[in-house]
Each structure stands twice: as structure tokens, then as C-alpha cells.
Design a protein around this ligand. Sequence first.
Ligand code: FES
Length: 110
Amino acid sequence: MRLTIKNLQNKTIYISEKNTILQSLGENAIDWMQACGAKGRCTTCKMIVSQGNEYLTDYTEAEKKFMAQKRLLTQERLACQVKPKKLQNNCEIIVQVPKIYQLPHILYND
Ligand code: FES
């Protein structure tokens, strides 16, 4: 399955259901904000999913908690919590890095 980061020059990586999105980003040397160390406690790893949310695993308890607090919207997912579902090889997920969580040393195109 492919994951494209729209505001990172449409960078595309291949992701596996064995890893969280954050782990796959790390394996592809893409720096991504992660203030709580991928423990689902901060929302800084948030990604805006514009296509393919249905190919991702269900909302985790951490995501549901932040949704209840209005800190996470339906089309937003925590990269450290979510994985792609199995057997979705020809699918593409398109995400964006929210402006508030963009890293200063990376050039985003939005
Ligand atoms: S890194 Fe903190 S919630 Fe994902």
C-alpha cells in the first residue's frame, strides 16, 4: 500500500500492516513530529487524511479520547497509533502534515 504526503512534495512511500504509519515514516527517513514518543498522549504526530482513511485500522482508544476532547477530527489520525489494514496492496492513502506540527528543518509545500 502507498502513502503519499501531499504537502511534502507528494512524497510516496510503501507501508506495511506490520508497522504504524509513524514507524514506516521513520524507516523511510521522513522526520515527523512525535512529542510523547509514540505513546498516544500528545497528538503532535497528527496527520490529515484526505484519501484512504478506510484502509487504516479502526480508531484506537487514544484517538477516541482526543476526538471526544475535540483535539482530533474525524479525518485526522495519529500516525503513531494507526496501521494500514491487511491485503490492501493497490490502494493509496493521501495525508498532509498539519501546519502547527510541521518541523522547522523541513520544506513543506503549503
Ligand atoms: S507521538 Fe504523541 S500521540 Fe503520537
